[in-house]
Design a protein around this ligand. Structure first.
Ligand code: UD1
Ligand code: CA
Length: 473
């Protein structure tokens, strides 16, 4: 089998994004542009996958931290041709073909890349271009052909004449090169163009001048080879990807009530017979079990739910897990590293952070639970606060099985409430409570009988005295 190596160009800044972040790091449904390209390319059998990095080098490398790729550092971004020249040292001596592709074309499929590689082998050309015919080719390099239909060169939008701009066939930014001739031709390109850059596309005219065969393959679906240069293009492409993610989920048995108002990353997994209401956002490694209901306007980031979980309206869950048959929300905030057991209830205006809730535990209304270990069958009354922070350290609250915390209590950490104990409503608990005891820590009530009447102002009618007599008619 002929050797194939793959080179992804990902060093550019992406000036048209107007961003501090390198363009290829911008995401489509949670996946960085360059990763979308990698995912399709890496499925081709190959002898090595190389990524040219430069702008945002550390972050781009980070994206590939658990993948096997070779990095090529393009310290100065002098154009796509220069990006490939930078790879000369690592690639020049190899035989076989090099598939070069831009790192900003997130919809490109493995199938089309494979077809191009196969076509290239058949054609025995020095280069095979993947081209496409677009209704609106604005911004792309145009493929210039001779009268007999042979490709003679690629002209960039900014260097093109009006006549050339009218050409609808564009360069997609995917090429299959014979490695030896590629680097020979690259030695001959210059920066004499509108952008003063080394254009990879100039290699085409150099190859034709060298008498080398240049082939082209037209992509049957022009949509999948679109590049992202602006945030508007990013949003347009993301909408397309989002629709296909939702379609896939629906086909696998998930009910999406309003696909136009639902935002689910490509990295999210949802089991069948789950219902997603409108305006929900599900991101990162969120995993939803089957028979769950995620009500409107909830935002789940890296949340894991078992089966039969209900997330009520306007709930935020981040980096946390929810056990089966539990209900969270409406208006709940489950923050990082929280583990909620099964059959739990976390109600409105409850915030939980770095805490464990055992099975059958309830915090139904208005509570802050931070750095707490809570056992099973615990009832957390309305208005309970774990005072976990003393201004310097975060301290733990431990609430053992079967505890009842009365409403409006503060548990000043570190503190332990023993198994089966009760905390009286309105208590400020500062000391441990032994198992099966009652902790009560609040001011005693004093009743002063008749007090209100005694402070009544003279001549002023009051609800505390008889109403004044009605005047005579
Ligand atoms: C490029 C092509 C154009 C084609 C279009 C398809 C050139 C000169 N033009 O234009 O013919 O129609 O793609 O989308 O190649 N990059 C580097 N180093 C650099 C410059 C760019 O690695 O010095 C990378 C970028 O990160 C990006 C890719 O190369 O992933 C393409 O660069 P971009 O500036 O987007 O090229 P276009 O102007 O879109
Ligand atoms: Ca581009």
């Amino acid at each position: 089998m002929e050797e194939l190596r793959i080179l992804i160009l990902a060093a550019g800044k992406g000036t048209r994004m107007r961003s501090e972040k390198a363009k290829v790091l911008h995401t489509v449904c949670g996946v960085p542009l360059v990763m979308c390209v990698y995912n399709s390319a890496a499925k081709l059998p190959n002898q090595g996958l190389y990524v040219v990095v430069g702008e945002g080098i550390d972050e781009v490398k980070q994206v590939f931290s658990d993948r096997e790729v070779f990095f090529i550092h393009q310290a100065k971004q002098l154009g796509t041709g220069h990006a490939v020249m930078t790879a000369a040292e690592q690639l020049r001596s190899h035989s076989g073909s090099l598939l070069v592709l831009n790192g900003d074309m997130p919809l490109v499929s493995t199938a089309i890349l494979k077809r191009l590689a196969d076509f290239h082998k058949e054609a025995a050309a020095a280069v095979t271009l993947l081209t496409a015919r677009l209704e609106n080719p604005y911004g792309y390099g145009r493929v210039v052909r001779t009268v007999t239909g042979e490709i003679s060169k690629i002209v960039e939008e900014r260097d093109a004449s009006d006549l050339q701009r009218a050409i609808l066939e564009i360069n997609t930014g995917v090429y299959c090169f014979k490695i030896g001739t590629l680097f020979e031709a690259l030695d001959k390109i210059s920066t004499q163009n509108a952008q003063n850059e080394y254009y990879l596309t100039d290699v085409i005219s150099v190859l034709t001048a060298m008498g080398q065969p240049v082939a082209g393959m037209v992509a049957p679906d022009p949509d999948e080879v679109l590049g992202v240069n602006t945030r508007y293009e990013l949003a347009t492409i993301e909408a397309r990807v989002r629709a296909s993610i939702l379609k896939g989920l629906m086909e696998s048995g998930v009910t999406i009530i309003d696909p136009a108002a639902t935002y689910i990353d490509a990295t999210v997994n949802i089991k069948s017979d789950t219902v997603i209401y409108p305006n929900c956002i599900l991101e990162k490694s969120t995993r939803i079990g089957s028979h769950c209901t995620i009500h409107a306007a909830s935002h789940l980031v890296n949340a894991q739910t078992a089966d039969y979980v209900t997330v009520r309206e306007s709930t935020v869950i981040t980096d946390s897990t929810i056990g089966e048959y539990s209900t969270v929300g409406p208006f709940a905030h489950v923050r990082e590293h929280t583990c909620i057991g099964s059959h739990c209830r976390v109600g409105n205006f409850v915030e939980i952070k770095k805490s464990v809730l055992g099975n059958d535990t309830k915090a139904a209304h208005l509570a802050y639970i931070g750095d707490a270990e809570i056992g099973e069958h615990v009832n957390i009354g309305a208005g309970t606060i774990t005072c976990n922070y003393d201004g310097v350290h975060k301290n733990k609250t431990i609430i053992e099985d079967g505890v009842f915390i009365g409403s409006d209590s503060q548990l000043v950490a570190p503190v332990r409430i023993g198994k089966g104990a009760y905390v009286a409503a309105g208590s400020t608990i500062t000391e441990d409570i032994p198992a099966f005891s009652l902790g009560i820590a609040r001011g005693r009530q004093v009743v002063k009988e008749g007090w209100a009447q005694s402070r009544q102002k003279p001549n002023k009618p009051s609800i505390h005295s008889d109403p004044p007599a009605k005047p005579d008619k």
